[in-house]
Write a protein that binds this ligand. Structure first.
Ligand SMILES: NC(=O)c1ccc[n+]([C@@H]2O[C@H](COP(=O)([O-])OP(=O)(O)OC[C@H]3O[C@@H](n4cnc5c(N)ncnc54)[C@H](O)[C@@H]3O)[C@@H](O)[C@H]2O)c1
Ligand SMILES: [Zn+2]
Length: 380
């Protein structure tokens, strides 16, 4: 595929998430924030919204969103939350809730989440629980949130016992993914979000992976608008299809965790912070998952190495050493995996693959094989 076909013009796209009477659209395109009022107004029974925004994003894009809403005749309340994972705590949740209730909202008040996955998860959980459920709109502003967290209805906050342990399923009424806001996102955050884009190709969209590898990925990271729209739409279609089949994660939805069992262990070991961003952990984790699949004779080793090559080519880490971990850390990583929220009675379900684009769930993986992989990878 040539670079010219990658940048075929696409002004905007819409992906429908089919969930019966809770179905909704994901609108994708540059500058969509400026038209947010016109999109949100028809969803309101009373022209009033409360925007819950990441403080940093609010300073960059909040005024524009508020103007767009006001222009559509909507009364706007604006609340900000600190940027970063620290906002997903019971304390911040309680503070936002009290401020919101103090505004005299009622059940017709629409909440609007503006920011990355942190603001979306927090505001979504506020929406799920305020007055037993308020309608809400996601305006995701990171690549990760546009392709992943804003879609699918998982909302929540962290407990001191672990990440995302307090939460609810609550679907948004609409998602507005403005691809131009990604221009202000730090390059490292953009790359980390890109790991989740690659994930969809690796789960069940091999042709999408081919396109990303052939230059689509580089174009997304370089700011090509058409490439971003195409990749975000394809990612949202992939996630929407899996969520529609299994909204509450009884089965197929677990495929979305490709690379995440390893990735979460790496995040836990590195302290859930700047040392290793979530998407970076997922990048290393996907490579480990494919390498484990190869060791178990399920997938060609060449597929694992092809995945590693592409992730490395765009500047993502692919080895434990790049996360600052060595062979001595293997047992600690195994310990984190056994404690993962998704482990049942200490048994870890892995998302493995029969090749790139052919992921499946594997329940009885021998911990010794995982240990050997981690030890060898950390030595490499
Ligand atoms: N609900 C789900 O299904 C789901 C799925 C995946 C991840 N998540 C959650 O998402 C969170 C991570 O989300 P994230 O990666 O978007 O992180 P984030 O929300 O913390 O955003 C990353 C950083 O980028 C800044 N930022 C955001 N948009 C910006 C923009 N347009 N310009 C400049 N700066 C901007 C933020 O202030 C923050 O500092 C985690 O808490 C994770 O648990 C949830
Ligand atoms: Zn993820």
């Amino acid at each position: 595929m040539t670079a010219t076909t990658l940048t075929a013009p696409a002004a905007a796209d819409t992906v429908r998430v089919e969930l019966g009477d809770r179905s909704y659209d994901i609108a994708i395109g540059p500058g969509l924030i400026d038209g947010a009022g016109a999109r949100i107004a028809p969803l309101l029974t009373h022209p009033r919204v409360a925007v819950i925004a990441d403080a940093r994003v609010d300073a960059l894009h909040g005024e524009r969103l508020a103007d767009a809403l006001v222009q559509a005749g909507i009364a706007v309340e604006r609340l900000t939350v600190p940027s970063g994972e620290a906002a997903k705590t019971p304390a911040v949740y309680a503070e936002v809730m009290e401020r919101l209730l103090g505004l005299g909202i009622d059940r017709s008040t629409m909440l609007v989440a503006l920011g990355g996955g942190v603001a979306g998860d927090l505001a979504g959980f506020v929406a799920a629980t305020a007055l037993r459920g308020l309608p809400f709109v996601q305006v995701p502003t990171t690549l990760l949130s546009q392709v992943d967290s804003a879609v699918g209805g998982k909302t929540g906050i962290n407990s001191r016992h672990g990440k995302n342990l307090i939460g609810a399923f609550h679907q948004p009424r609409l998602v507005i993914a403005d691809t131009a806001v990604l221009d202000t996102l730090p390059a490292r955050e953009l790359r980390a979000g890109y790991a989740e884009v690659v994930k969809y190709g690796a789960i069940d969209r091999p042709a999408f992976f081919d396109w990303l590898e052939a230059g689509g990925g580089a174009a997304i990271l370089a700011g090509d608008s058409a490439a971003r729209i195409r990749a975000i739409a394809e990612s949202c279609r992939a996630k929407a299809a899996i969520v529609a089949a299994d909204e509450r994660e009884g089965g197929a939805r677990a495929l979305l965790n490709l690379g995440h069992t390893f990735g979460h262990a790496l995040e836990a070991e590195t302290g859930f912070g700047d040392r290793l961003l979530h998407g970076e952990g997922v990048a290393i984790g996907m490579v480990l998952a494919l390498r484990l699949s190869a060791r178990l004779g399920l997938a060609p080793a060449a597929d694992a190495e092809r995945l590693a090559r592409h992730l490395a080519a765009v500047g993502l880490p692919t080895t434990l050493a790049e996360a600052g971990l060595g062979p001595a850390d293997a047992d600690r990583l195994l310990g984190h995996m056994a404690k993962d929220k998704k482990a049942e009675a200490g048994r870890v379900t892995f998302v493995l693959a029969r090749g790139l684009g052919r992921a499946h769930l594997e329940r009885g993986v021998d911990p010794a094989a995982v240990r050997a992989l981690l030890t060898d990878d950390a030595r490499a």
